[in-house]
Design a protein around this ligand. Structure first.
Ligand code: ATP
Ligand code: MG
Length: 658
């Protein structure tokens, strides 16, 4: 969703031309062992929605004080487990460290230079308590905001859990975002303390986090103290500011070992996280404690079928919501063993991820379609180098997965035996809302399948009426859910306007979708990305999936640019698979291919071969920047891009090729 209100669409509803016929049943032995084997939880939730959530809140989360009411819903303002008291840090650490998982490994960490660490729940308990005391010593009090700007190191998790322990609200900013992006977020959140590191390793280079932090802090006066982890040493060139900066290890050396977790109100703010900024300026999404914990704990357990002997590996960065909910809070609350790696998936070689799966015998792997398409482009020889037989379940998140990428994942990573969970959710939703439960649901490549138990979603037209099967419309969520965001930080009006005004009482996701005749949801992309060619509204995702299904193509982005005759003309930006030569003949072949598969109207007016596409750090294609390029406009907000050079180079070449 952008600030632009979702406009009443012109012309007919979204037309969908693609049908996927492939079906995959849960393997019998998987189903037998799974937490959820049948549809009972859906039935329970339908019979008694609040009772369903109360039952699982009780079973999955430790409460210092039980709630008085499950839900208080004054649309669009929600309170969950009202009057209850709990603590996220206690749930993720203490209850395991003090119980049967004391010596169980919580975190398996691999640094880019090859260093390794394993932290047990007992270790985590000790470190988190000490760092919580460090924060207290720096003047952090309940309700204060703490900004965290780090790479993927165990201390990032320790810092988050330490803040949560004392009731400070954390805001994690991707390590690798520019100083400007960091400054904006610190200013918006008015953070009092910043936790960072001298530098981070990425592709053999040092990312100078401390230097960038210093630049940001020059214009972010709310920050009084800075804690700096020494990760790379002198190569980072970090300078300490006397009186303001302290080294992590020095502060920890003097910290007391004991810091009990503070019982916090269920609605106490746990964290602020800024969205990916795929469609515009990032929004400060606020999550609170009790409901978030219930939602992420239960969905981590059910969707990933988490068991005590699993080794869970999510390759996302903790700086976006997937890392918050499904590296840190959800899995640790379940007492899982979590693999975390520092660096990049193609360093020292393009098999890094698969090497990690093999080395740690990961059983569950969760990544993005963007990474999978990139891996397809590199070719199957990289996963083939490794023994991936430990894997039993695969997941994706972040964008619609093209059916061909799903099949590639199934075959080359899952060895044909692992169920795939395509999980639809957002920073705002906090937890997965639409996804298969892997022991129950038949999957169809490209569909996130059906809403989870307790969740009610629908696809509606402009007036809010459900659309017939296979007609596209707006994806809405019909009732509140525990991990829902409570507001946009500092901007409650925008919370109301952007998400709850179009259809009062229903949550507007900003995504388009269609439901098929079996009730399966197919996300058709962002409402803003729908293209309108000569009165036909087409889903960019379907166009892109069609291109990706061509053997020469690894990745594609299709956008509509204004055209005096057609209204919009389609431009396709295509990344070819390794070894394929670009040519004019291939361009024409791709245009014909789309024309045949979808219809003549869908033939792109132009096909442009790109070396790479502009992507956010959370692995999403930024189509709005491609539109800016195609229409010759100045580029919009680029602060959340992985690599701003990609878009600049693309623009130069686009102009040069006319
Ligand atoms: P912004 O809101 O600032 O533009 P963003 O929407 O990219 O950023 P996130 O909250 O990280 O920020 O991403 C959520 C979006 O990702 C969803 O709205 C949807 O468009 C997309 N998405 C996530 N998972 C899936 C999925 N499994 N299938 C299809 N789309 C998905
Ligand atoms: Mg969004």
């Amino acid at each position: 969703m952008t600030d632009r209100e979702v406009k009443a669409a012109e012309g007919p509803l979204l037309e969908s031309k693609l049908r996927e016929e492939r079906r995959f049943e849960p393997p019998a032995d998987f189903r037998e062992r799974a937490w959820v084997k049948d549809r009972t939880p859906w039935e329970e939730a339908e019979r008694d929605f609040e009772g369903f959530w109360a039952k699982h809140a009780e079973a999955e989360v430790h409460w210092f004080k039980t709630w008085d009411r499950v839900l208080e819903w004054n649309p669009p303002w929600a309170k969950w487990f009202v009057g209850g008291e709990t603590n996220a840090s206690y749930n993720c650490v203490d209850r395991h460290a003090l119980g049967s998982r004391r010596t169980k490994t919580a975190i398996l960490w691999e640094g880019e230079p090859g260093d390794r660490r394993a932290l047990t729940y007992e270790d985590l308990h000790r470190e988190v308590q000490k760092f919580a005391n460090v924060l207290k010593g720096l003047g952090v009090r309940k309700g204060d905001r703490v900004a965290i700007y780090m790479g993927m190191v165990p201390e990032l998790v320790i810092a988050m859990l330490a803040a949560a322990r004392i009731g400070a609200t954390h805001t994690v900013v991707f390590g690798g975002f520019s100083s400007q992006a960091l400054r904006d977020r610190i200013q918006d959140a008015q953070a009092k303390v910043l936790i960072t590191q001298d530098g981070a390793w990425r592709r053999g280079q040092v990312v100078p986090l401390k230097q960038w932090a210093d630049e940001a802090l020059a214009e972010a006066p709310s920050v009084e103290k800075v804690v700096v982890l020494r990760r790379v040493g002198d190569a980072a060139g970090a300078a300490m500011v006397p009186g303001r900066d302290v080294w992590w290890h020095e502060a920890m050396a003097g910290a007391a070992a004991d810091c009990p977790a503070e019982p916090l109100d269920s609605e106490h703010p746990l964290f602020i996280l800024y969205t990916s900024g795929t469609t515009g300026k990032p929004k400060g999404v606020l999550h609170t404690t009790g409901g978030y914990l219930v939602g992420t704990t239960l969905t981590a357990k059910w969707v990933f079928d988490l068991k005590d002997d699993d080794v869970y590996f999510c390759a996302a960065d903790i700086g976006w919501i997937t890392g918050h909910s499904y590296i840190v809070y959800g899995p640790l609350s379940n007492g899982a063993t979590v693999v975390i790696y520092e660096g990049a998936p193609d360093w020292p070689d393009k098999d890094r991820i698969w090497a990690i799966v093999e080395k740690y015998r990961a059983t569950i792997f969760y990544t993005s379609p963007t990474f999978l398409r990139t891996a397809m482009r590199w070719g199957p020889e990289y996963p083939k180098r490794h023994d991936l037989s430990s894997l039993r379940l695969l997941g994706t998140v972040g964008e619609p997965i093209n059916p061909e990428a799903w099949m590639w994942y199934h075959e080359h990573i899952g060895g044909g035996r692992c169920p795939i969970v395509d999980t639809w959710w957002q920073t705002e939703t906090g937890m997965i809302l639409i996804a298969p439960l892997p022991g129950v649901q038949t999957t169809k490549p490209g569909s996130a399948t059906v809403p989870l138990p307790g969740i009610k979603a629908d696809v509606v037209d402009e007036a809010g009426n459900p659309v017939p099967p296979n007609v596209g419309g707006y994806l809405v969520i019909e009732r509140p859910w525990p991990a829902m965001f409570r507001t946009l930080w500092g901007d409650p009006d925008r919370y109301v306007k952007a998400y709850w005004s179009q259809y009062p009482g229903r949550y507007l996701t900003g995504d388009g979708a269609r439901k098929d005749e079996d009730g399966y949801f197919w996300i058709t992309g962002r409402v803003d990305d729908v293209v309108n060619v000569a009165g036909h509204r087409l889903s960019n995702i379907e166009l892109e999936s069609t291109l990706v299904a061509h053997p020469a193509v690894a990745e594609a982005a299709v956008i509509g640019r204004s055209d005096p005759i057609k209204g919009q003309a389609l431009s396709a930006f295509v990344v070819l698979r390794a070894g394929v030569e670009p040519s004019d003949a291939l361009k024409e072949e791709l245009r014909q291919w789309v024309g045949e598969k979808i219809g003549p109207i869908a033939k792109p007016s132009d096909v442009f071969f790109a070396a790479d596409l502009p992507k956010t750090r959370s692995a999403k294609i930024m189509r709005r920047l491609l539109r800016d390029i195609a229409e010759g406009r100045a580029l919009g907000d680029t602060t959340t891009l992985t690599d701003p050079a990609v878009v600049e180079e693309l623009r130069q070449r686009y102009i040069a090729e006319g």
